[in-house]
Design a binder for this molecule. Structure first.
Ligand SMILES: Nc1nc2c(ncn2[C@@H]2O[C@H](COP(=O)(O)OP(=O)(O)OP(=O)(O)O)[C@@H](O)[C@H]2O)c(=O)[nH]1
Ligand SMILES: [Mg+2]
Length: 300
């Protein structure tokens, strides 16, 4: 018999193709904006832990980059490898899909998830936007036939619909373990990392279709002075024209990126923030494995 007073703890990977709502789901489960999100695919580039401790249960979520087909650039290879690695050594896998919108990239994720031996939960996200319910049932039946052991849970990550059901299913799959992290720790990532991500999010949200993929952000200074946190962030672009676009007419765009990012940082760090942004051209960084490593994109 299971001891109901025992503590539980384990890892939960959140996987899926780009843009299905993985990071939105993580943020809503945590009740805090930790992972960046945007309407554009390939927003998340790194795996990130989001830790939720409630009483005896500690669930350690791993948000992952969307698995995608474009494998040409070193950055894309890094993102796909990162996401695949998260499938190993976790206790539960949440496979997130967007309603009935099935693509080749979902198929790619499905094929990886079919190899997973442990419990899989299929989260059908964005149900707040389902127009034609008639299409849903046949799709769910097909999905169930592809993943016979998986539980299927319809959710809306953005509106928080059915997340309690999802979380209690997850808790039921977590093994009996002591907690791996202190109760008040919510991520494994540094404040510097989170700050850089917030700047990148504002760029993703404000710029056109292609540009954001050729941009990365480095934090050069992160210093508390009195009640103010001083943050200097360097935005690296690949070409001079991109620098002009980010800066915008009379510096208007970069000003807006800075003020939006600062507002989020003040909430996240619970402090007044002074944010300085610079833009620098560093050609070809996204396809240069050495440059990627020096920018914190790990081993390829
Ligand atoms: N209507 C609706 N939109 C959602 C929901 N969940 C997420 N979205 C939107 O879907 C878009 C993508 O969300 P993200 O959380 O960034 O998606 P992701 O899967 O993390 O994407 P990548 O990091 O690129 O792999 C954003 O515009 C979200 O606001 C939902 O439940 N309903
Ligand atoms: Mg994401």
């Amino acid at each position: 018999m299971t001891d109901t007073t025992a503590t539980r703890c384990g890892y939960v990977a959140i996987v899926g193709r780009p843009n299905v709502g993985k990071s939105t789901l993580l943020n809503h489960i945590l009740g805090q904006k930790l992972a960046i999100t945007s309407r554009k695919p390939q927003t998340t580039r790194h795996n990130m832990l989001g830790i939720k401790t409630e009483g005896a249960v500690q669930a350690i979520y791993v948000d992952t980059p969307g698995m995608h087909k474009n494998n040409e650039k070193a950055l894309n290879r890094y993102m796909n490898k990162t996401a695949s690695a998260a499938l190993k050594d976790v206790d539960v896998v949440i496979f997130v899909v967007d309603r009935t919108r099935w693509t080749d990239e979902d198929q790619l994720v499905l094929e990886r998830v079919q190899y997973v031996e442990g419990p899989v939960i299929l989260a059908i996200n964005k149900t707040d936007r389902i127009e034609d319910k008639g299409d849903l049932m046949p799709h769910l039946e097909w999905l169930q036939s592809q993943l016979p052991k998986a539980s299927i849970v319809p959710i809306s990550a953005q509106h928080g619909h059915n997340l309690e059901a999802l979380e209690s299913l997850i808790a039921g799959h977590l093994p009996e373990n002591d907690h791996f992290f202190p109760e008040d720790q919510i991520t494994d990532r540094s404040s510097r990392f989170l700050a850089a991500e917030l700047v990148r999010e504002k760029i993703m949200r404000q710029l056109g279709a292609e540009l954001p993929y050729q941009i990365t952000v480095e934090i050069e200074e992160f210093k508390q002075q009195g009640r103010t946190l001083h943050i200097h962030a360097l935005i690296l672009v690949e070409r001079d024209g991109q620098k002009k676009i980010i800066i915008g007419d009379k510096g208007e765009r970069i000003k807006r990126i800075g003020s939006d990012a600062r507002r989020d940082m003040e909430v996240l760090f619970d402090s007044k923030v002074m944010l300085n942004l610079w833009v620098k051209v560093k050609g070809g960084w996204s396809d240069d494995e050495r440059a990627l490593r020096s920018l914190g994109y790990g081993d390829l």
